[in-house]
Write a protein that binds this ligand. Structure first.
Ligand code: 8YV
Length: 329
């Protein structure tokens, strides 16, 4: 019997390809070329399944061009790169990789928050540039983290993991989310208090964004929201580019409307707005919040497990459209 055919859209851990090869005929991309949308559709056309990452846009048009396709398995918790409605209408299973990255991504949120509030990268660049000639009482004064109010927008599994870590810093947690958490979950999240978005922006000393991207969350933080924040506040985005209006944020950082930002994701990444590079009060990282070795391996294995289940008659553990659970003939 011939094995199902799959496309692995980007470079992956080599041992993952070896494992997948027991089940599938694989077209891989270890040279890690970035495919255009047309090229992607052309490569997917005769495949039964595809292993994707957030950098590939799988549009309704691409889906329509792939009559054999049964499964799209994304190596990420976010899946805004895939047209889920179009896939569901076509009976194609779509999966993501939740949970395995919660703690690592929460750790990174804290790393960015601390680096931003305490001006870690800015001061390191200054030191490396040979500018450290003497100690001064007021050099690189930053904001305190301990004892302050943390505002979390998007209180899913990662948001809750961030909140749990705040107990050691003696912080108060306020949060905004599509729906309020149960009392038990709020208690476990350092007694987080549910508030409206405006309330959160007015009162938080540090705001962290951990919500999924969708048309509804586009520009959750734009000029009007930035205007509500404290001039001493910091903003951290580890969610998705597009949740923040980057042009408005650049203006707010430049004019001192807010103190600083820590950003792991950007509109139009990896081609981020060049003005970010001219600002000293921003910490910039290249979308690496989940990038610890064990977590990236766990994500890769989860995506592979989903693909294997989907194409061997099983039910993938992380199926986003359960109505497509029974594989297409
Ligand atoms: C990376 C993420 O995009 O899981 C997500 O949604 O944003 C990150 O973990 C992912 O690791 C890239 O594959």
């Amino acid at each position: 019997m011939t094995k199902p055919g799959i496309l692995v859209t980007r470079a992956v851990f080599p041992d993952l390809l070896e494992r997948l090869s027991h089940y599938f005929e694989i077209e891989s991309n270890q040279e890690d070329r970035i495919f255009s949308e047309q090229e992607l559709a052309q490569k997917m056309r005769d495949k039964d399944g595809v292993y994707t990452t957030p950098s590939e846009r799988v549009s309704a048009q691409t889906i329509a061009a792939c009559p054999k396709l049964k499964a799209i398995c994304n190596m990420a918790v976010g899946y805004n790169n895939i047209d889920l409605d179009a896939a569901t209408k076509a009976g194609i299973m779509v999966t993501n990789t939740p949970d395995v990255l919660n703690e690592t991504t929460a750790d990174f949120g804290w790393a960015l928050l601390m680096a931003t509030a305490r001006r870690i990268t800015e001061s390191e660049h200054w030191l490396r540039a040979g500018k450290w000639e003497k100690w001064r009482y007021d050099v690189f004064l930053g904001a305190d983290v301990h004892g302050t109010t943390l505002g979390i927008i998007g209180m899913g599994r990662i948001g809750q993991a961030i909140a749990r870590r705040s107990t050691g810093f003696g912080m108060q947690v306020i949060y905004h989310n599509r729906s309020r958490l149960s009392e038990d979950l709020e208690r476990a999240a350092n007694h987080a208090r549910y508030v409206g978005k405006e309330d959160l922006l007015r009162n938080a000393d540090h705001v962290i964004l951990v919500l999924p991207y969708s048309a509804a969350s586009h520009h959750t933080i734009a000029a009007a929201e930035l205007a509500l924040m404290k001039p001493t506040a910091t903003l951290v985005n580890i969610a998705r580019g597009g949740i923040v209006d980057d042009v408005a944020l650049i203006a707010a950082l430049r004019s001192g409307k807010i103190a600083a930002a820590g950003l792991d994701v950007f509109e139009n990444e990896p081609k981020l707005h060049p003005d970010f590079l001219t600002l000293s009060n921003v910490v910039l990282t290249p979308h690496i919040a989940s990038a610890s070795e064990p977590t990236r391996r766990a994500m890769a294995n989860t995506a592979a497990n989903n693909l294997i289940a989907a194409l061997t008659g099983g039910r993938p553990a992380n199926l986003l459209n359960p109505e497509c659970g029974a594989a297409k003939a």
